[in-house]
Design a protein around this ligand. Structure first.
Ligand code: FES
Length: 142
């Protein structure tokens, strides 16, 4: 019978001396290696996810092809492109729940999608936003 043994070795290079050590030793000598205690910060975000602290109240963020807005602590999401000529709504000015398109000034309610002022005449699509801990997620299937 053949035995295959896999040994994972961590090492540090200190003053020219090669040192082998266990994971605990590495973490004790290098506190930054302790990423396991904060999984949200080390997690790789998917295209539809965002860190909620990246969207302060009164601002917007492009998340995939959606624009996420922080309306007084609640998150609303719309399609990112304005229905007039495709302006980037995530770059628009947010006042309450109203975003103003930076290109020609159309206004939309970011929670309902309704047009509040032209030249746009078509509402924007809206999406549900789910927040779990420090991570938000745009749900396109309703
Ligand atoms: S592209 Fe938004 S108002 Fe024209």
């Amino acid at each position: 019978m053949k035995w295959v043994v896999t040994i994972l070795l961590e090492y540090e290079w200190r003053a020219g001396a090669f040192k082998l050590g266990t994971e605990r030793e590495i973490m004790r000598t290098n506190p930054e290696a302790n990423v396991a205690s904060s999984p949200a910060k080390s997690a790789v975000l998917k295209d539809n996810q965002f860190r909620i602290d990246a969207v302060p109240a009164g601002s917007g963020l492009l998340v995939g092809d959606a624009a996420v807005f922080n309306v007084a602590g609640s998150f609303c999401a719309t399609q990112a492109k304005c229905t007039h000529r495709g302006g980037p709504l995530n770059e628009g000015t947010l006042d309450g729940s109203t975003v103003t398109c930076p290109w020609h000034g159309s206004q939309f309610n970011v929670c309902s999608g309704a047009v509040l002022r032209g030249p746009a005449t078509e509402p924007v699509k809206t999406y549900r936003v789910i927040v779990e801990g420090e991570i938000g997620r745009v749900e396109k299937e309703n």
